[in-house]
Design a protein around this ligand. Structure first.
Ligand code: APR
Length: 233
């Protein structure tokens, strides 16, 4: 089977009712990144940071995967699909995708502020001030904040390097190192982008652009990939 690597961003989940960050009406219009999504924010006002992510987690509980997520999962019938997502939601999992790397962490997990290897499944429950890990230190969201290293990046680079087909869905490609992953797709790989808006792709190669939202865009992608590669690859 050919390997289809799919890098997803906030636009993938937009039709599930989860707000993107940089569109008009996006989260970063309502909140300042520096106040909720940095280690400095955590040091300055951890209650505010916890509230911000608790709210995101509660919204996620009521969200459902959209037909885009389901289409991505369904592509596993024809391709070795590897999802690399910048999203902290669990909608790819709930849609049935089986290979998912979360570059920026996961809302449904908490981790120790003392030992980053202590990670706990919390589902859709709040993290409250005073909630501690087994070592007695405060729990924090299992999220990669701005200014923090991206521990899953090496794994993501390895996956991108094995792509026969590389598709980006619903990311403004503003945030590095995630945005640079497309550069690791081998020369022979075909490159695809699904987004209703124009996106500057940081690569000097042909990219097949599907200018549509995630649900409709994934439907078109499936049609095109099956026309090119067939169903028995
Ligand atoms: N379908 C597909 N794409 C959409 C849709 C949709 N229905 N609606 C909007 N988009 C596109 C926008 O046009 C934009 O290009 O999704 C993209 C969202 O971009 P951002 O809001 O910048 O989100 P993302 O690229 O995922 O941000 C990367 O930045 O704030 C951090 O850590 C956060 O993981 C996030 C990272």
């Amino acid at each position: 089977m050919r390997t289809l690597v799919i890098l997803t961003g906030a636009g993938m989940s937009s039709e599930s009712g989860i707000r993107t960050f940089r569109d008009s009406g996006g989260l970063w219009e309502e909140y300042r990144v520096e106040e909720v999504a940095t280690p400095e924010a955590w040091a300055a006002d951890r209650n505010l940071v916890l509230r911000f992510y608790n709210e995101r987690r509660r919204q996620l509980m009521d969200a459902r995967p959209n037909t885009g997520h389901l289409g991505v999962a369904g592509l596993e019938k024809y391709f070795n699909v590897r999802v690399i997502t910048q999203n902290i939601d669990d909608l790819h999992e709930r849609a049935g995708s089986t290979s998912i790397v979360h570059l920026h962490g996961e809302l449904t997990k908490a981790r120790s502020t003392k030992d980053p290897s202590l990670i706990y499944d919390i589902g859709y429950k709040d993290i409250l001030p005073g909630d501690t890990c087994e070592l007695g230190s405060q729990l924090r969201p299992h999220i990669v904040w701005f200014g923090e290293p991206v521990p899953m990046m090496d794994k993501a680079v390895e996956i991108a390097s094995g792509a026969d087909i590389f598709a980006v869905i619903g990311s403004s490609l503003n945030v590095y190192p995630a945005a640079g992953l497309i550069n690791y797709a081998p020369e022979k790989a075909s490159l695809w982008l699904i987004d209703p808006k124009e996106v500057q792709v940081p690569v000097d190669r042909d990219v097949e652009v599907i200018r549509k939202g995630a649900s409709e865009g994934v439907r078109v992608l499936i049609e095109k990939l099956l026309a090119i590669y067939g169903t028995g690859n």
